[in-house]
Design a protein around this ligand. Structure first.
Ligand code: LLP
Length: 428
């Protein structure tokens, strides 16, 4: 029996040898089973409900194909994400467009292709959508993104629903915006949206926002007779961090939210809106593992032991940006005692490029070992950069013993494709 770590019947050490490292590996089955859980526990149980996968978490053509096949919708936040989705033949009528500063051209494409909803993030955007829709002879369904003034307990950089956030329309401006929207012929106001932030571990944060927004809905009905048909409660369903990373059932978040929405609507005598969610990390994070090869090992007496790997902040910016913590194993030395504590260092030219601190590993860890870092399926590949001219790693899906290459590793020449020398024919 091999002592190697495996995923979905694939030996990860063999995959590292076959494709090289760093390497992003995803369990296709786990992504699918998360989609199915959403279908069983949310979509089937709540009439009219919708679920859009937040593609910014991890987006490739192959990922789009899975989401399409599983019947979920897709949340895109830029022309680039929309372009990729359309290239993957993702149906426009299942796409929702976000963005706090959408370009006119992005709105034009979205309207022309007939996306399901555009989520309006500022007042002036409504005029653009109305004008573009008029030119294209369409009436575009929109949601207004409300800033509910709820501060989620998460890293400051990923809070979005607090007062002062750059996202959404301030609460006090909503009545004016609704009135204005109701007067425009080429947009159709379907309801409201909020997104409180990311890595939210406590479902009660959503309840606080539901309270604010349902009160708002009641006021709007009283003032203008406007009745919202839809409420999109965003994504942000947390999965914990480091050793404590555990994906909770989706119903941990959605059931109490649905209950509260129903209860509040009954209090205010409002019809219950159809509800949408936009999970990103919850679907992909745990399905992803990043493989690295160990290189330099530096023991600093009285300080720590650095184990350096052949990737780092270029393929996983999250520890440096948010202080995110990760779990890892030496994939070719499973089951051994972990009697050494090390610091996993990236290879970028930054002192802050430290992937994991205080990681217990087998005492005989050595150059050439394969390190597997867990829960890297969300916001790792999608936030990867070419810092230090590092080519982006390949992405491989594994599925019942089979491995499928879905993104090729970049080459050095790929990094130069768009470059031109000055005044000469210097080209790659
Ligand atoms: N809906 C909206 C409108 C969003 O802005 C986001 C994420 C989501 C849904 C999905 O959130 P999730 O379920 O994945 O937490 N780069 C950060 C996360 C930024 C999230 C941005 N918006 C990180 O690595 O933690």
């Amino acid at each position: 029996m091999s002592n190697n770590l495996s995923l979905d019947g694939c030996d990860l050490v063999n995959l590292a040898l076959k494709y090289g490292t760093p390497l992003y590996v995803f369990s296709k089955g786990m992504i699918e089973s998360r989609c199915r859980e959403i279908k069983e526990q949310f979509l089937k149980r709540y009439e009219g409900s919708r679920a859009y996968y937040a593609s910014k978490a991890f987006l490739t053509l192959a990922m789009c194909q899975i989401i399409e096949k599983e019947g979920l919708g897709l949340d895109v936040v830029s022309g680039g994400e929309l372009h990729l989705a359309l290239k993957a033949f993702f149906p426009a009528e299942r796409i929702i467009l976000h963005g706090n500063n959408k370009l006119r051209q992005e709105i034009e494409t979205a309207v022309e292709k007939g996306v399901s909803r555009i989520v309006v993030d500022w007042e002036g955007e409504i005029d653009i959508i109305d004008a573009v829709s008029k030119t294209k002879g369409k009436r575009t369904p929109i949601l207004l993104r409300v800033t509910p003034e709820i501060k989620a307990l998460t890293h400051k950089y990923i809070q979005t629903g607090h007062r002062g956030s750059k996202f959404g329309i301030p609460l006090e401006r909503i009545p004016f915006t609704v009135k204005k929207t109701m007067s425009l012929p080429n947009v159709e106001l379907k309801g409201f949206h909020f997104h409180l932030g990311s890595q939210i571990d406590d479902y009660r944060t959503y309840l606080d926002a539901v309270d604010v927004v349902t009160k708002l809905m009641s006021d709007l009905r009283d003032r203008f007779g406007y009745i919202a048909e839809e409420l999109d409660i965003g994504g942000g369903f947390g999965i914990g961090d480091g050793e404590n990373a555990r994906t909770k059932p989706i119903s941990y978040f959605t059931d109490p939210a649905m209950e509260r929405i129903k209860a509040r609507c009954s209090t205010f005598d409002l019809p219950v809106p159809s509800v949408a969610i936009e999970p990103g990390r919850w679907i992909t994070s745990e399905a992803g593992i990043t493989l690295y090869t160990v290189g330099a090992i530096k023991e600093i007496p009285g300080s720590c032991t650095y184990v350096s790997v052949d990737g780092g902040m270029a393929d996983n910016i999250r520890p440096a940006l948010y202080g995110a913590r990760y779990r890892a194993e030496v994939a070719n030395k499973m089951g051994r005692d972990k009697d050494k504590i090390v610091t996993i260092a990236g290879r970028c030219c930054e002192s802050g490029d430290i992937l994991i601190e205080n990681l217990p590993v087998p005492g005989d860890i050595e150059s050439g070992d394969i390190l597997a870092v867990f829960d890297t399926g969300a916001y790792n590949y999608s936030m990867a950069s070419n810092y230090n001219m590092l080519p982006k790693p390949a992405v491989v899906f594994v599925d019942e013993g089979e491995d499928i290459l879905v993104v090729e590793r970049e080459t050095y020449d790929d990094l130069l494709v768009k470059q031109r020398g000055i005044g000469s024919a210097l080209r790659v």
